[in-house]
Ligand binder design. Structure first.
Ligand SMILES: C[S@@+](CC[C@H](N)C(=O)[O-])C[C@H]1O[C@@H](n2cnc3c(N)ncnc32)[C@H](O)[C@@H]1O
Length: 299
């Protein structure tokens, strides 16, 4: 259904969106890394090489309303999660840092990193390279940065790039102190490839930090959250952005993301060191696991 709607509104030729299977696993069914060349696209299973175009279509469609919808659908809470994510990383505390914000979209995390370093540590040398596969999202980010003191300074750059294969000539091995990815990794076709790239570009001792929607373990909260997200968010998408399908995908993709311990293991499999597999160790739940911060250090 979702695929059909996206296909209809897409400018790309129909065969790109042929669905391999339309089986719809339940929201609580954990994501399994497909052993065939398939990937989850919300609750749908599609060919791996189709997912990227489908995700690109979603973000092309939501780019201009993304910030408004983020505020509306989370009632502003995404701002608190992002503030706490960045302040937990303390950019600038130990001197200027070279940061990369992947799937950085409209620059929410980059702006917070630069503001934090400047406001808390009088640091105007920390830099953030924002990388995103979607030029429309980056364009919104650049527009927004024009209103800031960072515009036209070496402190920020916007780069169209795929998290799974960051161009080596632009993003060299062992070159960043901090790698952030917020609400982005679940949209990528291969999470292990993203983690591999994060490991490659970080310096030894560098930090990987991911903010992502995750698994709510409290059954009562999970029920309320499910009700809210499956009914209210797609409805808001229709009203505020005229686009129900994209917001339905965003909600579904959250449910397909691996639970906290499984994702922590993927981070270790990529070579990072993490804390123990408990809340407050390898990850820190926000609001009962609605969102979650995972961190790893490249040794
Ligand atoms: C939900 S938005 C998050 C944007 C921003 N990080 C934030 O927190 O507001 C997800 C972003 O992931 C980007 N994205 C999806 N797949 C990607 C990929 N393979 N490589 C890089 N970016 C990707 C999308 O274009 C989109 O901008």
């Amino acid at each position: 259904m979702l695929l059909q709607r996206l296909t209809r509104s897409s400018r790309l030729p129909t065969p790109l969106f042929r669905c391999v299977s339309t089986q719809t696993p339940g929201p609580s069914e954990p994501l399994r890394r497909p052993n065939t060349n398939t990937a989850s696209f919300g609750f749908q299973t599609v060919k791996e090489d189709e997912k990227e175009s489908l995700v690109k279509n979603v973000f092309d469609s939501v780019a201009s309303s993304y910030d408004l919808m983020n505020d509306a659908s989370s009632l502003g809470v995404h701002r608190l999660w992002k503030d706490s994510f960045v302040s937990g990383l303390k950019p600038g505390k130990h001197g200027p840092m070279r940061c990369i914000d992947v799937a950085g979209g409209t620059g929410d995390i980059a702006l917070r990193i630069l503001d934090y370093a400047r406001e808390k540590h009088y640091d105007r040398e920390t830099t953030v390279d924002v990388a995103d596969i979607n030029a429309q999202m980056l364009k919104e980010g650049e527009r927004r940065f024009k209103q800031t003191m960072y515009h036209n300074t070496p402190q920020v750059s916007f780069n169209v790039a795929n998290a799974q294969s960051l161009p080596k000539e632009r993003f060299a091995d062992n070159s960043y102190d901090l790698y952030t990815i917020a609400f982005g990794i679940r949209n990528c076709t291969s999470i292990p490839s993203v983690l591999e790239e994060a490991y490659r570009v970080l310096k030894p001792g560098g930090t990987f930090a991911c903010l992502e929607f995750s698994r709510v373990n409290n059954p009562l909260l999970a029920t309320i959250y499910d009700q809210y997200s499956f009914s209210v968010i797609p409805l808001m998408g229709t009203i505020l952005a005229g686009d129900r399908a994209s917001y339905q995908y965003l909600v579904e993709s959250i449910r397909r993301f691996p639970p906290q311990p499984e994702f922590a293991q993927m981070i270790r499999d990529a070579g990072f060191s993490t804390g123990p597999d408990v809340d407050g160790g390898a990850w820190s739940d926000q609001w009962g696991g609605i969102a979650c911060v995972h961190k790893g250090v490249k040794l």
